[in-house]
Design a protein around this ligand. Sequence first.
Ligand code: SF4
Length: 174
Amino acid sequence: MEKDMKLLLHICCGPCSTYPVQELLKEGFEIQGLFYNPNIHPIEEHKRRKENVEKMSSITNIPVVYNDDFRQSEWENLEDKGAARCTGCYSLRMEEAARYASENGFEAYTTTLLVSPYQKHELIKELGEFYAEKYRVAFAYRDFRPGFRQGQQMAKEMGLYRQKYCGCILSLNG
Ligand code: SF4
């Protein structure tokens, strides 16, 4: 990747954004965030995570675009399908990030989901690359997981809310 490349960072929540933002800035990227997570339920939690991304944005000066799409009923109608459920969830978000990046002049995109040891990392990488090809934009794959603990510590220092479940209503209920 070249320095000063415009990169769109899909942001799932404030705490997960801290380490990737730090590392991508070190690499010389010009970053803009995109908050797009229709999978976060219930609505109070969606608002709370969004507010904490706003807080991170004001502390780090990283601009973020917010898309308030919210789809609890879709997840309520899903049987618990394990990995298949998460494939759809990642796909929805990766496709929107790739589309937005492609249509708004970004050379590359990536996601803060790549920092979490609790997410399906290889699946996210695969889908990120798939949508990169579909929308003709580069996927800046990074394995941010070694910085997960550091990122959580940074989030604590910033006073960010750190949630205890992945996001969807099914993950909230167990
Ligand atoms: S567990 Fe997490 S990744 Fe899987 S469907 Fe729910 S919110 Fe999405």
